[in-house]
Design a protein around this ligand. Structure first.
Ligand code: COA
Length: 165
């Protein structure tokens, strides 16, 4: 990653959430108003990249999820057991502050999420994401994610791929 060094941490009350300003207002509002509550209720884990001490430069969330086998591409299904669903980890949100865009931070946060999901003791077949629009889906495809055949804004990356790389 070029530019300023970032420190990755779990979101906590000491981090400054108010100044965060990505291109997506819903993602800014989520960090400001909802993230700490979701963490407290254990419906999401939230990880932040910190610049200059407590300033949040980017964040993402992870939570448990599942993928229906019937929704996956045939080439993936053929390598899986015939269960109705497979376990997954969902990266529900990912955003980088405008001041830190295009410096590799989005890619670094994605790599951190993949690494955390792949190294968990609780098995998950894939990291999945719900891209908010086509530009976000292009970002994930750029990083090797595969779109579900019938829902192109839902993408996944098998975690065995991450462990092999
Ligand atoms: C999408 C987002 C997270 C990217 O963050 P970023 O820090 O600017 O991205 P990076 O600098 O890490 O880019 C990493 C790589 O992805 C590529 N990339 C970035 N945006 C892309 C896009 N929309 N489509 C295709 N590739 C893209 C970059 O060219 C770069 O490629 P390289 O590693 O081969 O040089 C950021 O723009 C953002 O917060 N957008 C608003 C919220 C959003 O769309 N979130 C997506 C999840 S819904």
């Amino acid at each position: 990653m070029s530019g300023a060094p970032f420190r990755l941490a779990s979101l906590d009350a000491g981090h400054d959430r108010t100044a965060f300003n990505s291109d997506s207002e819903p993602l800014n509002r989520y960090l400001r108003e909802q993230a700490t509550q979701d963490v407290r209720r254990r419906v999401a884990a939230c990880f932040v990249a910190l610049a200059d001490g407590s300033r949040i430069a980017g964040y993402y969330t992870l939570a448990s999820a599942s993928l229906l086998l019937a929704d996956l591409p045939a080439s993936t299904v053929k390598k899986l057991p015939r269960y109705p669903t497979v376990p997954a980890v969902r990266m529900g949100r990912l955003a980088v502050d405008q001041a830190f865009k295009s410096q590799g931070l989005g890619g670094a946060l994605l790599a951190d999420a993949l690494d955390r999901a792949a190294r968990s003791e609780i098995a998950a077949f894939a990291l999945m994401v719900d891209a908010k629009d086509e530009a976000a889906a292009a970002f994930y495809r750029h990083h090797g994610f595969i779109a579900l055949p019938d829902s192109p804004l839902t993408l996944f990356l098998p975690l065995a791929t991450v462990l092999r790389s």
